[in-house]
Design a protein around this ligand. Sequence first.
Ligand code: ADP
Ligand code: MG
Length: 460
Amino acid sequence: MEEVLNNDKLWKEALVEIELSVSRANFATWFKNTHIIKNEDGIVYINTPNTFIKEWLSDKYHKSIIKALRNISPTIKNIEYLVSVTSKNMGVTKEEIYKIEEIPTQEEQLGFNEFYIDKESNLNPKYRFDNFIVGSFNEVAYAASLAVSDNINTLYNPLFIYGGVGLGKTHLLQSIGNKIKETNLKVKVQYLTSEKFANEFINSIQNKDVYIFKEKYRKYNLLIIDDIQFFSGKLKIQEEFFHIFNSLYETNSQIVFSADKSPKQIEGLEERLRSRFEGGMMVDISKPEYESRLAILKSKAEEKKFFPSMEILEYVASVIQDNIREMEGALNSIIGQSKIKGKILSLNEIKELLNKNTKPVKTINVNELIKIISNFYNIEERYLFEKTRKKEIVKPRQIAMYLLREDLNASYPYIGQKFGGRDHTTVIYAYEKISNDIKKDIKLKQEIDQIRKNICEISL
Ligand code: ADP
Ligand code: MG
């Protein structure tokens, strides 16, 4: 006969197994404060803190949960997910959650953590491993960071994390610092950006107290320097840093860096420093896939006590692909607008809201677009169609192709044909070049924003 397990024990055992198949941060996000409240006629009733988590568990983790439960108790047939009546949300129904009273103010959403920075270490306690969502795009960087925070200096020294903007580098770096500070009060931790480091160094030269600066940085057990690409081309600072690095390394201190590129790709970096960076563990963070974007968005929404429908979250996760910070920004503007309007926005309103800042709402035709671009760059329209490789023509032409594709949804072959019968691969090249350049080149981004504004004006 099967032993009758009490509910708590059953759930505890199941969680041990579930935890193996789910990353640590996701596990903490979705399974905390869940309980089994009843196990009757083969149905297990699981209480969750809110509808949001309830939906997520039943949508995404149902299979793992039922498998784990059946391993322990094979007679279990199914699971019912409930919303807790004892938790803060007191059995709110979905409709109630949608009421505007549930949307906290900006300050409430941000919470005090957002503004609080520890003076001694420069760390912001809001960046933690347990609110960091792990997916295939960042799991290696996450694992390496966790390993370093469990055991400084025995592994991976230095740790170098690189990847594009808004992908979680700072979050990971600070999580390492925060975790180490929590677990070992004696460890002296310092977090700063390379820019701040450079400024301090320059000030110390001006104040003629470089020796104080040098002393200060040699005493840390864990030094975390964010965005090291800023050292590029600054040889004097690189030299100073090189000595500090060596001295820390020799005294078994842990050093952690981030950069937007790998050491090889950072220009103007002294060879000896580059080889130090490469001498430890290098890991990159790539762009998050859809599933991870959705999980991050859900957990951010929950942190802010905002519970939009799955449809809305799926929409946001599908349109914002490259940057987690931008995704958070979109979520904040949805919350802000919902507050103003007194209700959670509809999907259509959200589509409009997210489009407004980036793309013209109404469309114009190709000729109008060409006219706007040639006016903007002060060149004759006909040049855009000619087969010239002059720089001052190539760029506006590529921007025209980009905007036709991005904002007017024109097909590549159509655009090629419009521009003097060019091959569609030329158009794809132009589109991709501008898409990439925008991310790096602020001036280009501003130009394109201005062109879009001009388009909006004539299309209204
Ligand atoms: P980077 O330093 O790479 O530019 P950040 O670490 O500043 O990026 O991340 C941008 C924002 O996205 C931050 O608010 C951060 O908390 C959030 N974020 C990034 N990655 C994750 C993740 N995996 N899980 C949860 N939040 C994340
Ligand atoms: Mg950063």
